[in-house]
Design a protein around this ligand. Structure first.
Ligand code: WQD
Length: 342
């Protein structure tokens, strides 16, 4: 079985991707420093797939410790690099931590890959690179605009580091996956999003409000120039997103392609915050307390994907209806309560 190193593999998107890699016959190896996840996720992955992935508690910023993992597992074919800090607001208050963590981890991996014959790296990028696009939906040729937060800037810089490294002659390939808004949880309710502290993202805040952990959801503005005044995003099911990574690995390893490829991963549909709230209530039958408040600094008004390229070239399409995704998110929140975790 082909070994795939999954950095950040015990995290939200990483854990769902490890399951899909196993389902597709790969041998994922998780490397994670557990700054935003727990090793219990590895047990849950095993309960879902019946196969326990290898796990190494290692910080990718530690070159020596990371190299030891490459040595230990020998023939790693490729890497999926999720490990990064990713909170937009937090990145504004501790930018140096974000630049150090997100850039040094990637630089270490790129340094080690040629030495150990690793053929390629799938990089977890983000639609934040597009900022507030002039035209929506955005495709991969849409302009990259200066990031409005250090988090988004690290994504842009990492894409450039990969391009420059490959342009310099490094014998590796890369696929950059620009996620829109990942939401939901595995249908088994064994893995899902587990935010530390007060959730910054919309859907975990919704499910925590619905279950009573939070008093009410604040909707950050209804005075935008959209159909109902609230912001538009492209919410993509986390399992659909995970499956795109498996296809990207297959394409990168088995096909003759450009050395660097970019794909937008979204549904192609824009959904407003108020539509998502209504969709949650309809999908779950749970009434949601919410209040319209002022805009949140840094929010773009609307961004959603033109994912024609992923559909036609990667052979991938988001399949899960939004209602099912929201119901899975709710079932996960209920499970967390049943297990006394939250
Ligand atoms: C979505 C919409 C908010 C919370 C960020 C990153 C992106 C990715 C996903 C990492 C916005 C509104 C939110 C709340 C609200 N992160 N909202 N009340 O900001 O689109 O994207 O997270 O990969 O890279 O940029 O996601 O979920 O924070 O917000 O009204 O309590 O929900 O204003 O319009 P965002 P989000």
């Amino acid at each position: 079985m082909k070994k795939i190193l999954v950095t950040g593999g015990s995290g939200y998107i990483g854990s769902h991707t490890v399951v899909e890699l196993q389902n597709a016959g790969y041998e994922p190896i998780i490397i994670d420093k557990l700054s935003n996840s727990t090793e219990a996720v590895v047990d849950r992955i095993e309960r879902i797939s019946g196969k326990r992935p290898a796990f190494e508690k290692v910080d990718c910023c530690d070159l020596e410790a990371t190299e030891a993992v490459f040595k230990k597992y020998g023939d790693i074919e490729a890497i999926i690099h999720f490990a990064a800090y990713k909170a937009v607001g937090e990145s504004c208050s501790i930018p140096l931590d974000y630049y150090r963590n997100n850039l040094v981890s990637l630089i270490n991996l790129l340094t080690l890959m040629p030495k150990y014959g690793v053929k390629g790296i799938v990089f977890s990028s983000s639609c934040t690179v597009y900022g507030q696009p002039e035209i929506v939906p955005v495709n991969e040729k849409s302009p990259i605009v200066p990031a409005n937060c250090p988090y988004g800037n690290t994504k842009q810089i990492c894409e450039e580091i990969i391009r420059d490294t490959i342009a310099s002659g490094s014998p590796i390939k890369s696929i950059l996956l620009r996620y829109f808004n990942p939401i939901g949880a595995h249908p088994s309710s064994l893995i899902g999003e587990l935010p530390n502290g007060v959730p910054l993202n919309l859907v975990p805040y919704i499910t925590q409000t619905a279950i009573g952990i939070r008093k009410e959801l604040s909707v950050f503005g209804d005075d935008y120039n959209t159909r109902d005044g609230s912001c538009i995003r492209d919410y993509i099911d986390v399992v659909d997103l995970a499956k795109a990574h498996v296809l990207a690995i297959g394409r990168m390893l088995d096909k003759e392609t450009e050395k660097v490829e970019v794909f937008n991963l979204g549904t192609g549909n824009g959904t407003t915050v108020l539509e998502l709230v209504k969709g949650f209530e309809e999908a779950t039958g749970v009434k949601l307390n919410y209040r319209i408040v002022g805009r949140r600094a840094g929010d773009v008004e609307q961004v959603y994907a033109d994912c024609t390229k992923a559909n036609e070239v990667l052979g991938w399409k988001a399949e899960t209806p939004l209602s099912e995704t929201l119901l899975n998110a709710w079932k996960w929140q209920l499970k967390l309560r049943d297990e006394g975790i939250m």
